[in-house]
Design a protein around this ligand. Structure first.
Ligand code: ZN
Length: 132
């Protein structure tokens, strides 16, 4: 069974902590050992894992991504959101995590972030738990 979480972004680019809803999705399955696959079904968004203790970390990540891939350049894509497509590919649309003893095996400072690169929008996050 795939669970689909709804995420609402409020800015053009934004990292949104989705750790809690993903943990809840895992708990809902009752699975104690396995894998949790997170998949983002969008071409201008992504998912990453990084520090969620200090909110300046996701802000810094976003600031540098926005510098590395400028919003305006000689892009050919007529929709005008090439920067968002590029950032989506750089960060990636999927992550796989371990589930041990019913818990997601994240490091002390790690959190899961939905990465919005072309907001604000309503977005989806697919979560599938696989026994193993
Ligand atoms: Zn586009």
């Amino acid at each position: 069974m795939i669970q689909t979480l709804q995420v609402r972004s409020s800015k053009q680019t934004e990292l949104i902590d989705i750790t809690r809803p993903v943990v809840e999705a895992v708990q809902k399955t009752g699975m104690t050992e396995g894998l949790c696959v997170i998949f983002i079904p969008h071409t201008t968004a992504a998912v990453t894992i990084n520090e969620n203790a200090d909110p300046s970390v996701p802000r810094d990540i976003l600031m540098e991504l926005n510098k590395v891939v400028p919003f305006e350049d000689r892009y050919q894509h007529s929709e005008g959101n090439s920067a968002a497509h590029i950032k989506s590919s750089l960060v990636g649309c999927s992550r796989t995590l371990f589930i041990e003893s019913g818990k997601l095996l994240l490091g002390t400072w790690q959190g899961i972030f939905f990465c919005e690169f072309d907001g604000p929008r309503s977005r989806q996050v697919h979560v599938k738990v696989v026994k193993g």
